[in-house]
Write a protein that binds this ligand. Structure first.
Ligand code: MF3
Ligand code: CO
Length: 291
């Protein structure tokens, strides 16, 4: 927690109100959890109304781009064509794809096919064929505000096994989202995600997780789905983060392609699926900001 504010000082949240009539009681409530040994959010993880409005605007574009992909993705196209669509649609609406040049990432979007877990490079050599399952992971920055979500797309008729993986992974995210509420814990969400995947015979990737989002692309906290109810960070109104589990049909182990240090695959070569939402903790529950 930042330096202690005087009770009559302007509140740290930027409301212009005095601290004592704004977030003082809120901070005291958080401090009780910290004293009991819980991880608690820092002020910078708590968004104010202006920031939330900015993130919502950014998400409008992100959602529209994923809707556009849903209409235009088809067998026989390359994943590089998806990259072009994402760039063109995002910029046409005034946004920028956040992945482009992020940490040296060379494309506008991640396209991860079948046993690719995440961060798949769009390529003119990857031609979508019937039976493929593809994650398209879109992130938008608009006026400095970030949104992040991804969906699975099934190309033509896919096997019942792959369809079930895609469906269950989506259910995992839904079950995780349902747990998001103020004065709950990140682990409530994480365990709900993990339990549903596990009950269906799947594994949840351990090394890559969700993250705070909004003012930067990737903010603290880092978010695991191999977590336990009642543990991990306390959730409070104004937190914005992603829920984006990668669920493997087979074993949990993954590897990163040494050729580019980005693309992630399952070690056993079995398919992996991922859905991602950006979610806001509200006063009485949650709001899905991008999906
Ligand atoms: N959109 C991904 C996420 O969910 C991030 C991809 S990293 C990038 O966090 F650099 F490739 F953009
Ligand atoms: Co993300």
């Amino acid at each position: 927690m930042a330096a202690k504010l005087g009770r009559n000082d302007p509140c740290w949240c930027g409301s212009g109100k005095k601290y004592k009539t704004c977030h003082e009681a809120f901070d005291e409530r958080i401090a009780k959890y910290a004293m009991a040994g819980h991880k608690v959010p820092e002020h910078k993880m708590i968004k104010n109304a202006d920031q939330i409005a900015g993130i919502r605007q950014s998400a409008k574009i992100n959602i529209a781009v994923l809707d556009y992909i849903a209409e235009h993705i088809h067998e026989g196209m390359s994943t590089l064509e998806i990259d072009r669509m994402v760039y063109e649609q995002t910029t046409a609406m005034g946004g920028m794809p956040a992945p482009l040049n992020y940490d040296g990432y060379p494309y506008s979007v991640c396209t991860s096919v079948n046993e690719q877990v995440c961060h798949g490079f769009p390529s003119d050599k990857v031609i979508l064929k019937e039976g493929d399952i593809v994650n398209v992971d879109c992130s938008t920055v608009l006026n400095g505000y970030y949104s992040d979500s991804s969906r699975m797309y099934c190309i033509g008729k896919v096997s019942p096994e792959k369809q079930r993986l895609v469906d269950v992974t989506r259910e995992c995210v839904q079950k995780g989202v349902e747990e998001v509420k103020p004065w709950g814990f990140m682990g409530d969400m994480g365990q709900a995600v993990h339990d549903h995947a596990f009950a269906n015979g799947y594994t949840v990737v351990r090394e890559i997780g969700g993250h705070g989002v909004g003012v930067q692309f990737h903010e603290d906290p880092w978010i695991s789905y191999n977590s336990v109810r009642g543990t991990e960070m306390l959730l409070v109104p104004g937190m914005v983060f992603t829920i984006e589990p990668m669920v493997n049909m087979g074993k949990v182990e993954i590897y990163i392609d040494k050729k580019n240090d980005w693309e992630v695959y399952t070690q056993d070569g079995l398919p992996s699926a991922q859905w991602e939402v950006t979610v806001l903790v509200t006063e009485d529950g949650h709001e899905i900001i991008s999906w």
